[in-house]
Design a protein around this ligand. Structure first.
Ligand code: SAM
Length: 254
């Protein structure tokens, strides 16, 4: 939560939130007199996730019409792997309501910190696990890659059930088309609370199914680069430290 989000929570007439963190209700209640948990009401075992998102958006908009301003809060960043925020915006626009989105600390941030990844060095590729398989998206084994929502792969239905190894067979096979046997990957769930330690499993890609039971909905898979991409533009490399080149591409600073 940033200071900007903190101010929005304090000025809201209601905060509707989707989060199961134990500390979340107390945190929000200290900032807003009316807090409404949406998680339990929205999700049903084996129910369509899309229906859950419709429910969250409908509840938020009903409140926004009745006693604005309201906040719709969820863990992480609202536009990162989170369709409900887009749904709220779409419906609110139809109703003539104003919507602002405020950035939050995402798993994107916590995973980069936990694994010491700097995207400036080799870039960073990110896909959603099921989308990767559906579209056969291109993998680049020289680029660090994050695969989101591995624990949910191959289903749009909500479930608390643990996964069987079979869930990961197609994902494993697809990754092995681009990465060598034995290439090590890391499944990571960064700490959601100061008292909860992070969870991390490191395994060769072909071993992923044997970790199925532990790979819950909160995990992200990190694939470190398997190969180095050589420099293709030697002329540009030579110009990088050349003051004459800098002078050619900039205005005089005097
Ligand atoms: C529905 S998305 C929500 C992401 C959230 N909006 C954000 O910005 O972090 C859930 C996915 O985010 C990733 N994720 C969420 N929390 C995580 C954590 N603590 N550690 C690693 N990945 C996490 C996982 O890939 C998970 O399947």
């Amino acid at each position: 939560v940033t200071t900007e989000v903190d101010a929005a929570l304090r000025s809201a007439n209601e905060v509707l939130f989707v989060d199961t963190g134990l500390a979340t209700p107390a945190f929000l209640a200290a900032r807003c007199p009316r807090i409404t948990p949406l998680f339990e009401d929205s999700y049903a075992e084996s129910g369509a996730r899309l229906s859950s998102y419709h429910h969250m958006a409908a509840r938020t908009l009903a409140s926004a019409l009745d006693h604005p301003p309201v906040v719709f809060a969820m863990h992480g960043h609202p536009t990162v792997f989170s369709y409900p925020a887009f749904l709220v915006r779409e419906l609110a626009t139809e109703l003539g309501l104003e919507v602002r989105v405020l950035p939050g600390i995402s798993a994107h941030d916590t995973v980069l910190a936990a694994l010491w990844i700097d995207p400036s060095v080799r870039g960073l590729l990110q896909y959603e696990a099921t989308d990767l398989l559906l579209r056969r998206r291109a993998l680049l084994p020289d680029v660090p890659t994050l695969i989101w929502q591995i624990g949910l792969v191959e289903s749009r239905l909500y479930s608390k059930a643990r996964s069987r190894p079979e869930r990961f067979h197609a994902l494993r096979d697809y990754l092995l088309q681009s990465y060598p046997q034995g290439h090590r990957a890391i499944a990571i769930y960064t700490s959601p609370h100061p008292r909860v330690p992070p969870t991390r499993f490191e395994f060769a890609i072909e071993e992923m199914p044997s970790h199925a039971e532990h790979l819950h909905a909160g995990f992200t898979l990190y694939l470190p680069p398997a190969v180095e991409r050589p420099i293709a533009d030697a002329d540009l490399l030579a110009r990088l430290d050349d003051p004459a080149h800098l002078a050619r591409v900039t205005f005089s600073s005097e």
